[in-house]
Design a protein around this ligand. Structure first.
Ligand code: AMP
Length: 553
């Protein structure tokens, strides 16, 4: 199948907002494809050439795409930047510049494109990737070029089509409930293979495949203990809410892998955790938190930060900032998928697995081994919550998590079976939209950041709410300066508009109405609490939260 046919369907999908119409377009296209093409097309529609279970990434950024378009079209860099800002993305900017410089007749197939992505993946560094991108763009028509670029950047084609809709279209095509498709896709981590299984009526053959991250289950915030009773009728688990980084651990045979909340592999950063986990028998997937701890005492998040930015972990760093893994859930064990078992049953399995090999529950707050289960108590009365909260804080933790013992594990869902109690809402998660050269000692760095919240959960429009410059370490500022330089969308000299991907947690005194920012609000005395490497821009706070804080202060 020609790649242009895929691009044409994408354009039709983008032209309608109706989900049913989008699904019908995909279904009609899928019907024309061989199994091999169906596999590729399903992955491409979901936004990346490689399946989730395949940890390969292309590592292509906006800068090398800009260079490739400039090589082909001789466009002025300023023209390119203006088009990217106007159209909000690289693919569309390229579409305007490429005509006259590239092919007019489409010739490449879906399989050709896949072969090119594989070649790009093995080419190391922008200088090796650039000639491949130039040669490919030259052989594609401008419209195909758009989708070649979008897939290269990965994640979302920006045509109003998420992986969920691809699952929906597949289910409609073979007339099965969408839940069956979702389950198979979650277990094997490849929408392409799922599509082929669905076509042949073999979805029930999908087996859990390890070493691709499942999405994480999340919690909803509550302000008052009374809200627990609205969601959980009986006794409930109260767990310490640890202030580290979320991690999912997979083990099979001798191999252990760790994945972050953003579904990236982070195994190499935590060798001592990997060594301790590899002693737990059998094959399994655990959900938990990585914390810095020394001699049993939890260290503040700042200590863990030293481990997060490093690709290579030196012996010195291992010595300075030792880490532990606190397990709070088990999702799979020795052939059994446990997601639909109630939490209290999963917990029994978790403790049976960890306690003989790891440490005990840290009842007194002391973490006695590199792998321990979370501190969890079964509570009947909500009047215990305040005391438990204070004790959790005294142990160096952030607050409490309340969990329904009967709850299933729902990957990717922020439900009300898990509730988080963090007292005053004192921080916001925001994304950086512009970076500015600092003053004084920081004049060689991009150290002052303008940041934004989302308009709403459904509307990704970014609205600036403030600007902050203090709170990060020098190493982080250096790393961010490099990142922002490579990801500048528009350069105004001292100020650079940057790709909105870096998430920061910001503390502040109050929120005030303000005409200066598009959001209509400004944070007073904002300070950067931390760089949230574990969160993506899709997960930041919304305007509604800002409004609520403004009204309550
Ligand atoms: P938030 O980052 O405020 O959305 O809170 C959700 C995060 O709390 C999760 O991603 C976990 O990293 C963290 N967390 C800490 N302790 C627990 C726990 N006992 N159970 C589940 N999540 C926890």
């Amino acid at each position: 199948m020609l790649f242009v046919e895929f691009a044409n369907v994408c354009e039709q999908v983008a032209a309608t907002t109706k989900k049913l119409e989008k699904a019908a377009l995909l279904k009609a296209f899928f019907a024309q494809l061989t199994d091999a093409d169906l596999m590729l097309a399903a992955r491409f529609f979901a936004g990346t050439p490689f399946p989730l279970s395949d940890q390969r990434v292309l590592n292509v950024g906006g800068a090398v795409i800009r260079d490739a378009v400039i090589v082909l079209t001789q466009a002025e860099p300023g023209v390119w930047s203006r088009l990217v800002v106007e159209h909000g993305e690289t693919g569309r900017a390229a579409q305007l510049l490429l005509p006259g410089h590239v092919a007019t007749v489409p010739t490449l197939t879906l399989a050709d494109l896949m072969a090119i992505y594989e070649q790009l993946q093995t080419a190391r560094g922008p200088s090796k990737k650039l000639p491949i991108i130039v040669a490919t763009l030259e052989r594609l028509t401008p419209l195909e070029g758009v989708y070649f670029i979008k897939l290269m950047l990965g994640g979302d084609l920006r045509i109003g089509l998420q992986e969920g809709l691809v699952e929906d279209a597949l289910a409609r095509a073979v007339e099965v409930p969408v839940a069956q498709v979702q389950r198979a896709n979650m277990l094997i981590g490849d929408i392409g293979e799922t599509a082929v299984l669905a076509r042949h009526g073999r979805l029930d053959e999908a087996q859990m495949r390890l070493f691709h991250p499942l999405k994480f289950m999340l919690a909803s915030p509550i302000a008052e203990p009374e809200e627990i009773r609205k969601n959980i009728a009986g006794p409930f688990f109260a767990e310490d809410k640890y202030d580290g980084v979320r991690a999912q651990a997979h083990k099979q045979g001798d191999r252990v892998a760790l994945y972050s909340r953003t579904l990236d592999e982070i195994t190499h950063r935590f060798p001592e955790v990997v060594a301790a986990l590899s002693r737990l028998p059998g094959e399994w997937i655990l959900d938990g938190e990585i914390l810095a701890a020394r001699e049993g005492q939890i260290l503040p998040f700042k200590a863990l930060q030293a481990r997060l930015g490093r690709k290579d972990v030196s012996a010195e760093l291992l010595e300075q900032t030792p880490v532990v893994f606190i397990g709070y859930d088990i999702l799979y064990q020795d052939g059994a998928v446990l997601l639909d078992d109630p939490l209290y049953m999963r917990r029994v399995r978790l403790e049976d697995l960890i306690l003989p090999y790891g440490g005990e529950q840290p009842l007194d707050g002391v973490i006695a081994a590199t792998v321990v289960p979370s501190l969890q108590l079964l509570i009947k009365h909500i009047d215990r919550i305040d005391l438990l909260f204070d004790q959790a804080r005294a142990r160096g933790n952030e607050g409490l998590m309340i969990k329904d013992p009967d709850s299933r594990y729902k990957p990717g869902r922020r439900g009300r079976e898990w509730l988080k109690v963090k007292k005053a809402l004192a921080t916001l998660d925001v994304v950086v939209t512009a970076a500015e050269v600092g003053n004084g000692a920081r004049r060689r760095f991009l150290s002052d950041y303008t940041f934004a919240v989302r308009r709403s959960a459904d509307d990704p429009e970014l609205l600036n709410v403030g600007k902050a410059y203090s709170g990060l370490t020098d190493a982080e500022i250096q790393e961010l300066t490099d990142w922002f330089t490579a990801h500048t969308i528009r350069d105004f000299g001292r100020v650079k508009l940057v790709e909105p991907e870096i998430v920061l947690e910001i503390a502040f005194d109050t929120v005030q109405p303000s005409a200066r920012h598009k959001s209509g609000y400004a944070l007073r005395f904002p300070r950067i609490v931390r760089w949230r490497r574990d969160k993506s821009a899709a997960e930041i706070d919304t305007l509604e939260t800002v409004q609520q804080i403004a009204e309550s202060t």
